[in-house]
Design a protein around this ligand. Sequence first.
Ligand SMILES: CC(C)(COP(=O)(O)OP(=O)(O)OC[C@H]1O[C@@H](n2cnc3c(N)ncnc32)[C@H](O)[C@@H]1OP(=O)(O)O)[C@@H](O)C(=O)NCCC(=O)NCCS
Length: 164
Amino acid sequence: MPVRRMRLLDLPCVMRIERACFRSEGYGIGVFLAHLARDYRGAFVAENEHGEVVGYVLVRRSPGWRRPRRGGITSIGVAPIHRRRGFGRALLESALEYLRSHRVETADLEVRTTNAAALSLYRALGFRFSERLPQYYGEKGDGMRMVLDLRAAVSSAGKGASRA
Ligand SMILES: CC(C)(COP(=O)(O)OP(=O)(O)OC[C@H]1O[C@@H](n2cnc3c(N)ncnc32)[C@H](O)[C@@H]1OP(=O)(O)O)[C@@H](O)C(=O)NCCC(=O)NCCS
């Protein structure tokens, strides 16, 4: 599943995906530009078999000198007609690999409590409930924070592999 770093030239496509996923609640292009300016390595896109950008993920991490090293998922989205084909999982796996490569110990994210697809994806990759966030999305709904211990995730993946 091809996942690569986001480039400035991807932004028109990424913005179309953002609007399709989040409508008026989506980030504006300024958020993407600021993210790329801060850490252009922490943004990935997924391409389909025709080389079209069909999804993206933005990854955040604390400065390298800060301990413990923390990071998380700022946003992830896959174009509606390309969902359920593994792009979301591939993007999230790339994001977590990126955080591990920077020795980030804990990853977190916020998600709407009613977002069944995202919750299921996050749980599938090991994220667990951490905290309820009442009205995190204003009047439009509650959120929750989920966390993943990246060190534990690595060691349990290792155990699984050794059983195979
Ligand atoms: C969440 C999202 C990124 C998932 O992308 P995707 O490419 O469809 O996900 P994948 O095909 O990689 O699915 C991976 C796993 O996630 C879970 N999942 C994904 N969509 C699901 C759905 N609609 N219902 C239940 N589980 C779902 C499943 O466990 C799935 O594994 P499976 O296909 O083997 O059952 C996508 O639905 C999306 O862009 N939603 C709108 C934006 C959004 O809500 N972003 C998250 C904000 S916190």
